[in-house]
Design a protein around this ligand. Structure first.
Ligand code: G3H
Ligand code: 13P
Ligand code: NA
Ligand code: ZN
Length: 328
């Protein structure tokens, strides 16, 4: 059944688990997520970005997720709009039936001018007022997260996660988070705690200090009823990078967020964990391998079946690691 993000994350908080929120663009990704959720009895968050709407077309994206709701009536599913760039984008999603929207007013906010914080508060509060009137949840964002545009692990300020601004300046400020929640009444808040979007997050192998755990604790202490969201949470599995390279792909050395660190985040208040890149890597590796090994194959169902199976394994592993398995 379709549920709101608030309903699902309240349950997650009461029971001390976290949920992966998978980005979806096509049938195979939705199949993979639902097959995994069905096998391990996990609730599901599927989210569509602006890029997903551009790729699939809004009606296709929406009906594919609605098909999942129909095909798996026993699984709670959140249909969430990822990174809404304006109140108008969020209103359209609410009208078309999404049960949750993200109003990302932080892109403007990264200029770090006082007015841009006011802008973020203003647009987010307006979306919350409209959404809550019809039972839809809202995620806001505060802080300087890794880039959506470049997909190269650069922070939204363009300087890179290890660039000009100091580590501390890039993280979400706990006092400001408390003020933001008071003024907007968001259900969930995406915070900058050391992650960035895309495959190229870290150039060196992480040694257990990727996430700013102390910062997560401080924020959670101040806004205990607001569910914390971690974007840029792909783990960038080295096995899949190797398979991509082995079968002709080119991927530079890169590392993601270790699953153990995400688990530590979940222990400290993180409830929604956004994952897109890991599914992309698994599907690409599986398709490259399939086509290299089956040179006369030309039925898309054959290599897409492998891609679906690879994505499904990633999803299952995350449902189990984050504790949502068994909670549907
Ligand atoms: O938040 C970013 C997601 O990875 C979506 O990426 O804009 O390429 O669909 P996209
Ligand atoms: P990844 O690029 O780490 O998968 O993050 C996706 C994301 O945060 C979508 O909003
Ligand atoms: Na989101
Ligand atoms: Zn994101």
């Amino acid at each position: 059944a379709l549920v709101s993000l608030r309903q699902l994350l309240d349950h997650a908080a009461e029971n001390g688990y976290g949920l992966p929120a998978f980005n979806v663009n096509n049938l195979e990704q939705i199949h993979a997520i639902m097959q995994a959720a069905d096998e391990c009895n996990s609730p599901v968050i599927m989210q569509g970005s602006a890029g997903a709407r551009k790729y699939a077309g809004e009606p296709f994206l929406r009906h594919l997720i609605e098909a999942a709701v129909e095909a798996y009536p026993h699984i709670p599913i959140v249909m969430h709009q990822d990174h809404g760039a304006s109140p108008a984008v969020c209103v359209n999603a609410i009208r078309s039936g999404f049960s949750s929207v993200m109003m990302d007013g932080s892109l403007e906010e990264d200029a770090k001018t006082p007015s841009s914080y006011e802008y973020n508060v203003d647009v987010t509060a307006r979306v919350v007022a409209m959404a809550h009137a019809v039972g839809v949840s809202v995620e806001g964002e505060l802080g300087c997260l890794g880039s959506l545009e470049s997909g190269m692990g650069e922070a939204e300020d363009g300087h890179g996660a290890e660039g000009v601004l100091s580590h501390d300046q890039l993280l979400t400020d706990p006092e400001q988070a408390a003020d933001f929640v008071k003024k907007t009444n968001v259900d969930a808040l995406a915070i900058a705690i050391g992650t960035s979007h895309g495959a190229y997050k870290f150039t060196r192998k992480p040694t257990g200090d990727i996430l700013a755990i102390e910062r997560i604790k401080e924020i959670h202490k101040r806004i205990p009823n607001t569910h914390l969201v971690m974007h840029g949470s792909s783990s960038v599995p080295q096995e899949w990078l190797e398979i991509i390279r082995e079968y002709g792909g080119e991927m530079k050395e890169t590392y993601g967020v270790p699953v153990e660190e995400i688990q530590e985040g979940i222990k400290n208040g993180v409830r929604k964990v956004n994952i897109d890149t890991d599914i992309r890597l698994a599907m690409t590796g599986a398709i490259r391998r399939h086509l290299a090994k089956n040179k006369s194959e030309f039925d898309p169902r054959k290599y897409l079946k492998d891609a679906t199976a690879a994505a499904k394994e990633i999803c299952k592993a995350r449902f189990e690691a984050f504790g949502s398995a068994g909670q549907a």
